[in-house]
Design a protein around this ligand. Structure first.
Ligand code: VG1
Ligand code: CO
Length: 544
């Protein structure tokens, strides 16, 4: 088969964001656009020549087209073997699992995660390294730099490789192995959690759950694990068939976009447990009967209860959370005498800590939780962790959370997103906040006094790499915080994220609705940042 060198010119906008390169499908469909980025990966990671590569995506529109192109480019670039999920499917955590288990040199994961899918919606691509995790900034920067200078890419002239049957095929000298996208992952889950005990919980007849796969990648995983291996009744699963356009939905498991599930859990005769995952299966939302567990609390609760789960029975080494995530996990770490790390937003910052054995559990406020079992956040893993806890503790979700607050205090927490705002206005808002840094400390806002204000910067404790401008923090003397960040995953305009947190130790004051408890801080955030003035919005698009 013939390899062609195709002449090309650079695109200026191929800078990976928080989690890979995300653009509208028509952007990726421009001639050479996808090819340029993929060749930039091969050029920046020379070790891929002669190596094994893992390939798969969340099944969204354009997934299969991109996979066929990447296969032909991998063959032309000297890759020895590609492990590709059947029908081009692999959830993000499953891709991480497969890379690690089969000792691949890396993986290419196709996803725009919770963003809507379809011919005019979003697509994405990212590179994961041999630890199974998203490439660190050093590599994404190199890929970007290469994309600015690229003048040709290599591709093999060949027919499409059939991906609907398991087994080995050849593309030139390269082996293409179509693998079951679920098998390795399901086996890993079974090694971590007490499946017999969870199975008994379902068989007891006193426990009902609903898992909403939101027509995205987790449907087949949930069918195998929850239904087949754990014996949950079939009505436990909602929207389990993956669709190219996610059924027209927005598979972001939060109170706004997963409202159908929220309505069930807050309705009459609600089940005991509800959960949802996102487009590529790495996020999770946890609900109890009439109860929402914030992702920050979920991380803290998993950490506090980890020894109840077989995979973590020996205890955990430490906890890491992204900077905007609430400090609930810090309190657990302090009580258990464990180290706790604060990293910038994005899972790539957890990789070094996990590899070095410094932490076992990691979490982000954006519905991401995970552990050292892979190097991505993992939606179904979090659901199974909660199921294992519920099976052991035999309490309701609300009961477990409330007991946690009594012991550690409650970190009231909320995130307000202003989606699709004008980019220049969003940048001006952030600049205005920066300009106030010098005068903020000591300033009083009602009962709150500013203790510090800064731009979060992070020095990786393992490789000393420095990441600056990772969000604006305004801390108050009582430990409350307001954080402002611009999203790095959007494809239209800018998204302003405002993160609000207040600690409440008094057990008689822990029952408030979070928006009520945070009302003063919400007002202060607007006063400081002029959100309405800059964005022209009088309320957030999404509140979680
Ligand atoms: C968002 C979240 C961040 C998460 C990232 C990728 O990034 O805030 O916590 O790691 O998405 O998640 P940003 O830059 O838009 O705030 V996923 O599930 O989209 O891979
Ligand atoms: Co995701």
């Amino acid at each position: 088969m013939q390899v062609t060198d195709v002449r090309t010119t650079p695109f200026a906008d191929q800078k990976p964001g928080t989690s890979g390169l995300r653009k509208k499908v028509p952007v990726f469909q421009q001639p050479h656009y996808l090819e340029n980025f993929v060749q930039s990966i091969f050029d920046s990671v020379p070790g891929l020549k002669g190596a094994t590569l893992v390939l798969g995506g969340d099944g969204r529109y354009y997934n299969l087209t991109a996979i066929q192109t990447i296969l032909k480019m991998a063959a032309a670039n000297g890759v020895t073997q590609v492990l590709v999920g059947r029908d081009g499917l692999l959830s993000t955590p499953a891709a991480s699992c497969v890379i690690r288990k089969h000792r691949a040199t890396g993986g290419i994961v196709l996803s725009a995660s919770p963003n809507p899918a379809g011919p005019t919606e979003d697509f994405g691509i990212k590179y994961n390294t041999d630890n199974g995790g998203p490439a660190p900034e050093k590599i994404t920067e190199a890929i970007y730099a290469r994309s600015r200078a690229i003048d040709h890419y290599r591709i093999m002239q060949a027919d499409a490789v059939p991906l609907d049957r398991l087994g080995e095929q050849r593309l030139g000298d390269m082996r293409v192995v179509v693998i079951d996208p679920v098998a390795d992952y399901a086996e890993l889950m079974e090694s971590l959690f007490d499946f017999p005990r969870i199975r008994a919980l379902f068989q007891s007849g006193h426990f009902r759950m609903r898992f909403d796969a939101m027509h995205a990648i987790t449907g087949p995983y949930a069918e195998e694990i929850l239904l087949r291996r754990l014996g949950a009744p079939t009505d436990s699963l909602l929207n389990a068939t993956p669709l190219e356009d996610f059924g027209g939905g927005h598979p972001d498991p939060n109170l706004t976009y997963a409202h159908a599930l929220v309505d069930i859990l807050f309705g009459t005769d609600a089940p005991d447990f509800g959960a949802a995952s996102d487009g590529d299966g790495d996020r999770n939302m946890i609900l109890g009967r009439n109860f929402f567990v914030t992702p920050s609390d979920s991380l803290a609760i998993l950490a506090a209860n980890a020894t109840l789960v077989p995979g973590y029975a020996q205890g955990i080494a430490g906890i890491a959370r992204s900077m905007p995530t609430s400090q609930a996990a810090d309190r657990v770490a302090a009580a258990l005498n464990l180290p706790c790390y604060e990293t910038p937003t994005g899972w790539k910052f957890f990789g070094n800590l996990l590899d070095a054995g410094k932490v076992t559990l990691c979490g982000e406020e954006s519905f991401g939780t995970g552990s050292d079992h892979v190097r991505e956040k993992d939606g179904l893993w979090a659901v199974l962790f909660w199921l294992n806890l519920l099976a052991v503790r035999k309490q309701s979700v609300a009961g477990i959370v409330q007991e946690h607050w009594q012991r550690f205090g409650r970190n009231y927490y909320s995130r307000h997103d202003y989606e699709g705002v004008d980019s220049a206005a969003a940048t001006a808002l952030i600049e205005d906040l920066r300009a106030q840094f010098a005068t903020l400390p000591g300033r009083r806002f009602g009962a709150y006094t500013v203790a510090y204000s800064d731009d979060f910067a992070y020095t990786d404790p393992i490789d000393a790499s420095l990441s600056t401008n990772q969000g604006i923090r305004i801390g108050f003397t009582d430990g409350s915080r307001i954080v402002f960040r611009l999203s790095g995953t959007g494809t239209e305009g800018a998204t302003l994220r405002v993160y609000l947190e207040r600690y409440e130790a008094d057990t008689t004051k822990q029952g408030l609705d979070s928006q009520t408890a945070l009302a003063d801080l919400i007002r202060i955030a607007d006063e400081l940042a002029g959100i309405a003035r800059h964005t022209g919005r009088d309320r957030p698009t999404v509140i979680t």
